[in-house]
Each structure stands twice: as structure tokens, then as C-alpha cells.
Design a protein around this ligand. Structure first.
Ligand code: UDX
Length: 438
């Protein structure tokens, strides 16, 4: 059955969700407050880089099933279901900033005169949803006819379209059969493909998302701590990770060592969970999370210091080529990018840093320069740093790059380069956690 659905917020979650719901056959209105964004989306053009999104947007804006608006009057009583896909950035104390959710409810609710289901998709501290429902009901003429459900998202940047169309699980935090039935209609297509569903209360739904991100971040920090140990003890962390990953209870996912995690989700979400755990007196959890963060930050500094060692202990006046600015491959997102922390650290110590990334565009920054190709970045470099695991970096020909650089030293911060190929071409290739490469 075709539903009328609004998706409020058109960031990487909202624009992918809106396009995905249109692909499921629904009539969809996306809402944003930025006129240029709405204009672009209505022309079928994404305002972020996400694999496959342009095709979906183009297809469904053309078919008329997908539209975007600035005006809540277009959607308030039109939609059967309203999705809230708004950001919850970090406040200075590490807690989640809910102001976008509050502002949206304040704009939408006074226009809701008919019963409707509002579904939160943002990542929020446990206990947020009931307070939002109370705010909705207080402000909406439809009052108790407005119901809130919570459906956490698990989209990975770079795979957001696939994760929307073929989710590995759906979590429905609901308070009534009516809400559950509506969500089942929204997701009739993935449900017909036997996507597993977890139905639960609002608090569990809120927590599942934060727990998933924190667990994955913990896996990454665990393997990075093991990388440190391998380095001093003489082991190989990639072999260790492969062996651990073959244990079905552990799994190989998010066990890749290297520069650690960054981006717009893990860092802020785990800090927000730590703050909430402290507020609720569960300090054992916040202690665990703090250790995960300490390991993660240390990894960036470790790599930068290793680069300084490799150029002889002083990087001032040296040219450093940085391959990769995005926080991971497949995205143009540079929020809390480990690569840029390393670049900043070296620049602060006097290095001349040139960065190349296939997608990310850096705002002009003091000190280091973004260049348009690997060749430009590595020309006359005293050291090359491979910091984002873009596939194209794996296929670089070290023999072709060798005559361009001043010194054939490369640090593989993502442990993805084929060490024998680089060594055979005369390079010194260093990987943290593979002692034999040091
Ligand atoms: C993450 C979650 O995976 C997703 O479910 C959630 O909805 C949002 O947060 P995302 O931030 O897009 O998604 O990236 P992800 O692929 O999980 O990687 C996060 C960071 O961890 C990246 O910086 C990545 O380079 C790093 N990472 C990931 C590792 O260092 N090692 C790994 O094994 C995996």
C-alpha cells in the first residue's frame, strides 16, 4: 500500500531515506530549511556525495514520487507518517544537542490537526523520545492523536543507499499495534525480503543505536591496542585480526587496525552515551567508553610521531604528502577525520603538508594545501602518509611514484597497501602493528 510520507531533514540520512522510501513505492516529501538544498534536491541532485544516491534522486524526482519543500504546510496534514531525520551534534560537554529536533517539533506540531505517526530516526540519549512525544502532543491540535515511534538508523556513509534499501535489521520502538502496522507498511518491501525485525519499547530502541556504535568503536580500539602490543612484541596485527575474525563469536567486521575511527557518528555518539551513563550513575560504562576514546586519539598521535621519527626526528621544513582527507573511504565527509588530525599535528611542527583526496573538498585551512592528484601530493615529498583507505590508493604503482619523491618512505596508516609490492619497488613501507615493517 502506498503511503504519504514526509522526511524532515535532508542530510545524508534524510536524503537517502527520502529517496529509498520513494523507491519502496511511497509518495514522499523531503523537508529542509535551506532553500539551496531544497532546490538542488528537487532538481534530482544530491548535496552530499553518496554512492548511488544521485541515480535514485534523479529517478524519483522525475517520476513525481519524490518532492522537497521548505514549507511545513505542504506536509503537516498530508503525510500518514513523518520521519525526523535531524542531526544531533555534540555540545561542548559531550552531550547531544537536541535543538534541531525541538525546533522541528515546534514548527510542525501546531500544524498537525489530524492523527499522525511521527518516527524519530536521529541518535538520541535514552529518555528523549517520551519527552519529544509530550512536546508534540502539547503543541499539536490533534493532541493525543499524535504518536511517536523510534526507529534507529544504522547507515554507513558510502553504503547508505544499500543499507536503506536492504537493511540488515529493522528496529521498531513502538507504543501501539497501530504504530507497528504503519511501520510494517512503510517497510513492506524489505520485510517481504525477510529482513529481521526487532520490536521493542522506545528506551530500548534509543539504546540499541548507541550500543551498536559503541560496540563497534570498542572493537576498533581493541584491535588498535593490540596493534600497539604487536609492535613492541614483534607480532603482526593483521594476521591476528584475521584469526580473531574467523571466530564466529567475534567476526572480522570493524576489526581493521590503523588510524582508528572518526566521522560524524562514532566519536559524538559514544561521548553522548558516556555522558548519559554518568547522568544515570552507570559509571562502569562511561569508564569503558573513555578508554576506547583514549586509545583512538592516541593512535593518531602515534602515527604522526612515527612520521617524525621516519624523517629523522624533526619534520620542520620537510614535505609531507597525505593521501586521503575523508574520515574513511567512499565519502567526502571530513568530520573528525583522523587523517586531518595527523596533517594538522605535522603542520603545527613546521611540516609543509600537501593533501590529496578523491572526493573531499577542504575549506581553505591555514598551513596545508589540498592538491588535485596523488602525483602533485607526492612530488618532492620527504615522506608519504596513506591515511584514508580509498581503493585507488591500493592500486598505485610504487615504481611510478618512486622517481617523484625525495625519499621513498611511506607510512600505511590503514594497513591496506601490499607491502611486498612497495618494498620491491625500493620503498620503505611502515605499518603500525606489523613489527616486521619497522
Ligand atoms: C557508523 C556505523 O557503522 C553506522 O551503523 C552508524 O549508523 C553511523 O556510524 P560510519 O561513520 O559511516 O557508520 O562509518 P564506519 O564504516 O562504521 O567507520 C567509522 C570509522 O571507523 C571510520 O573512520 C573508519 O575508517 C573506522 N574503522 C572502521 C576502522 O578504523 N576500522 C574498522 O575495522 C572499521
Amino acid at each position: 500500500m502506498t503511503l504519504r510520507i514526509s522526511v524532515i531533514g535532508t542530510g545524508y540520512l534524510g536524503s537517502t531515506l527520502a529517496a529509498g522510501l520513494a523507491e519502496f513505492g511511497h509518495e514522499v516529501f523531503g523537508v529542509d530549511v535551506v532553500p539551496e538544498v531544497v532546490k538542488k534536491l528537487n532538481a534530482g541532485q544530491p548535496h552530499i556525495f553518496e554512492n548511488g544516491l544521485e541515480h535514485l534522486l534523479e529517478q524519483h524526482t522525475r517520476s513525481g514520487r519524490l518532492r522537497f519543500t521548505l514549507d511545513y504546510d505542504d506536509i503537516a496534514d498530508w503525510a500518514d507518517v513523518h520521519f525526523l531525520a535531524l542531526g544531533t551534534p555534540e555540545l561542548p560537554d559531550g552531550s547531544a544537542d537536541l535543538s534541531q529536533l525541538h525546533a522541528t517539533i515546534d514548527a510542525l506540531a501546531p500544524k498537525l490537526t489530524k492523527p499522525a505517526l511521527v518516527v524519530g530516526r536521529s541518535t538520541v540519549p535514552v529518555g528523549t523520545a517520551p519527552a519529544l512525544q509530550e512536546r508534540l502532543r502539547r503543541l499539536a491540535p490533534a493532541g493525543d492523536g499524535i504518536e511517536l515511534a523510534w526507529q534507529p538508523e544504522f547507515l554507513r556513509e558510502g553504503f547508505a543507499v544499500g543499507d536503506t534499501l536492504r537493511p540488515d535489521r529493522l528496529v521498531f520502538g513502538v507504543q501501539s499495534d497501530h504504530a507497528l502496522r504503519l511501520l510494517e507498511q512503510v517497510y513492506a518491501i524489505p520485510l517481504s525480503e525477510e529482513t529481521p525485525v526487532i520490536t521493542c519499547d522506545l528506551a530500548t530502541a534509543e539504546l540499541i543505536k548507541q550500543a551498536a556504535n559503541t560496540f563497534l568503536a570498542t572493537k576498533i580500539s581493541f584491535i588498535n591496542a593490540m596493534a600497539q602490543l604487536c609492535q613492541v612484541a614483534g607480532g603482526d596485527v593483521t594476521v591476528l585480526a584475521d584469526a580473531l575474525g574467523l571466530d564466529a563469536r567475534i567476526g572480522r567486521g570493524h576489526l581493521s587496525p590503523g588510524l582508528g575511527f572518526g566521522g560524524g557518528c562514532f566519536p559524538k555518539d559514544i561521548r553522548a552515551l558516556a555522558v548519559r551513563a554518568d547522568e544515570l550513575g552507570v559509571n562502569v560504562l562511561s569508564d569503558l567508553i573513555k578508554s576506547v576514546e583514549v586509545i583512538n586519539s592516541a593512535q593518531r598521535i602515534e602515527l604522526a610521531e612515527l612520521a617524525i621519527d621516519q624523517v629523522g626526528g624533526d619534520v620542520a621544513g620537510k614535505k609531507v604528502a597525505v593521501l586521503g582527507a575523508a574520515f574513511k573511504e567512499g565519502t567526502d565527509d571530513t568530520r573528525d577525520s583522523p587523517s586531518l588530525t595527523v596533517a594538522d599535528y605535522l603542520h603545527d611542527r613546521g611540516a609543509f603538508v600537501e593533501v590529496y583526496d578523491p572526493q573531499a573538498h577542504l575549506a581553505p585551512r591555514d598551513g596545508f594545501t589540498q592538491v588535485g592528484s596523488v602525483t602533485e601530493a607526492v612530488r618532492d615529498a620527504d615522506i608519504v602518509l596513506h591515511l584514508t583507505a580509498w581503493p585507488e590508493f591500493r592500486y598505485l604503482d610504487p615504481a611510478e611514484l618512486a622517481p617523484l619523491v625525495k625519499s621513498k618512505i611511506i607510512i600505511d596508516g590503514r594497513l591496506k597497501l601490499h607491502a611486498p609490492t612497495w618494498r620491491d619497488a625500493g620503498w620503505k613501507l611502515v605499518q603500525i602493528g606489523r613489527a616486521a615493517t619497522l
